[in-house]
Write a protein that binds this ligand. Structure first.
Ligand code: FAD
Length: 297
């Protein structure tokens, strides 16, 4: 019987494990090895670790946990149930684990534009988060991908980082007159032609090739097409979700299920490494305080 099972060994899960380990709790962290930023070479915006390789960041975190009573299991969890104050977790090999508390830190996955060439450029010159990658692309020729009206907000936001911003609606024509006027006033170019493919070298975008054969020089592409939960476990456990598909959390990362906490991208709030780690720390403390209260004589 573990005090706490943590599902997800990204920044949220590992930081929660650290606080719980330091509180002398018996903890196991399951991780299937697919962190959201695995496409990226540099993790930006984390004080003291700005620009660090995300894999090295995680390895360093795992090494720091070695002195605590924490098991790291590089195994996928297939199911998790809650009954009468106990969580029962099954791993992908059918092994069963039990705990008093459960932390879901399973993260999100991004919906990528369906464009030829996008996968090899994702995390290098194709990005979704301006706060993570805007600085590195300052003053470049920035494309924003947004069919229908999905790119208007991001195209306007990208003017913060470059004067040279073009919104591509990829063969759709749903922009309203007000959108077009706003974009024009803010000197955002609009291209409505269908995109055939992205062209570049070593993951670095050079051109967006259009259906009419035109090749438009671009150095970076940003998009915002939404996210999905990486794991169905939150839904299976009966968690409440927001309309944006993240799990609703209350004070200190509590979910609507007693003893079940959620931290990081899977939970409601800003999606960045530093925030995920902070939520993990909050959950770790809150879980320990709940255990303390339950054990008090
Ligand atoms: C391309 C890209 C670049 C980014 N760049 C930055 C940046 O520069 N700065 C920044 O602050 N943020 C950046 N982000 C966002 C950042 O990746 C997330 O905010 C952060 O990873 C969230 O941490 P997390 O612990 O919640 O989830 P994750 O890091 O996604 O970790 C979740 C972990 O849970 C595991 N898991 C899921 N389901 C299961 C299961 N059933 N069983 C076992 N394990 C499971 C996964 O394998 C994964 O390892 C970037 C994201 C992307 C996509």
């Amino acid at each position: 019987m573990y005090d706490v099972i943590i599902i997800g060994g990204g920044p949220a899960g590992l930081n929660a494990a650290m606080l719980l380990g330091r509180s002398r709790r018996k903890v196991i962290v399951f991780d299937s090895g697919e962190p959201r930023n695995r496409w990226s070479q540099s993790m930006n915006g984390f004080l003291s670790s700005d620009g660090v390789n995300p894999r090295e960041f995680i390895q360093k975190g795992r090494a720091e946990l070695a002195k605590y009573n924490i098991e790291l299991a590089d195994i996928k969890v297939e199911s998790a149930t809650y009954s009468k104050g106990e969580f029962v977790v099954n791993d992908e090999h059918g092994k069963v684990y039990r705990s008093r508390k459960l932390l879901l830190a399973t993260g999100l996955k991004d919906t990528l534009p369906e464009l030829e060439g996008v996968e090899e450029m994702y995390g290098k010159s194709v990005h979704h988060c301006p706060y993570c990658d805007g600085w590195e692309n300052r003053d470049k020729a920035i494309a924003v991908y947004g069919p229908e009206r999905k790119g208007v907000g991001q195209a306007l936001a990208m003017k913060n980082w470059s004067d040279n911003v073009t919104l591509y609606t990829d063969g759709t024509d749903s922009l309203r007159q007000l959108d077009l006027e706003l974009l024009e006033r803010n000197e955002v170019k609009v291209v409505k032609e269908k995109i055939t493919r992205l062209e570049g070298e070593d993951g670095m975008l050079q051109h967006i090739v259009l259906g009419n054969g035109e090749k438009r020089p671009q150095q970076a592409l940003f998009f915002s097409l939404g996210t999905k939960q990486q794991s169905p476990l939150g839904e299976e456990l009966g968690c409440e979700f927001t309309s944006k598909g993240v799990i609703k959390t209350r004070r200190q990362q509590h979910s609507n299920i007693p003893g079940l906490f959620v931290a990081g991208d899977a939970a409601r709030d800003m999606q960045m490494v530093v925030v995920a780690a902070a939520e993990g720390a909050k959950a770790g403390v809150a879980i320990n305080m709940e255990l303390q209260e339950e054990d008090r004589k």
